[in-house]
Ligand binder design. Sequence first.
Ligand code: ZN
Length: 291
Amino acid sequence: MPELPEVETVRRGLEPAMVGARLSAIEQRRPDLRFPFPERFAERLTGRRVEALSRRAKYLVAELDSDDALIMHLGMSGRFRVERDGEAAQLGEFHHEHGRESAHDHVVFRLTNGATVTYNDTRRFGFMDLVPRAGLAGCRHFAGMGLEPLGNALSGETIARLFAGKRTPLKAALLDQRLIAGLGNIYVCEALFRASLDPRAPAGSLADAAGGPTGQAELLAGVIRDVLVEAIDAGGSTLRDHAQTDGSLGYFQHAFRVYDREGEPCPVCAAPVRRIVQSGRSTFYCETCQA
Ligand code: ZN
């Protein structure tokens, strides 16, 4: 499943192909993905100029020169391919979990700059929607969503405010999309390891008696940003260093310190990395460093 850094890498790959260009033709090859496409989907996009391509949590948002914003979510297996004038763009080499048969090419966007952007999704858990550009933050996808972990809003102070009084384990609080949006299992495990925090500790332990941030809350805010930025940089260097002929934008492999390393030595103390299950998800951590 693409995590936030992968979605951001996809955004950066799509931006030069889409922003500033007009959508000259849309091929929508099925009535639905995870959800039905909105009514008159192709018609509402055709002829529109893409003014900006942004990201909120794991959603891509293309703002059009109409009243619409196109929201795209990659689900479990969604990926984009960019081709220009029939030639695949040199956009990078990614780790592929699935084949890329054209039978799974569900939407093709043709742009006036000669680029063709194809959405491929074998499992079809992704979706596309059109929502009003005005009041985007309150649209059905983003209302109630927590703060953006890469934005300026994430700080020790906001973590303390969100977590104060909570007895739920830190791991679960960090995965709660109503508090912080877009953090997945991998980066939560990695951030807790880097901050030397026990994933089972109560979330409220990051706030002091007055509700202010502890030093650990400040540290955690910093390492969350670090793990995400490093993964995005890794995706970006993949784009630059390993230019691939098929223009695929999808998944990349990244070295993790504890995630998926059960029984392997902790990179700090060499004790074996442990795996436990919290809220039905695997947590990887070091019992010694994260005590
Ligand atoms: Zn350790």
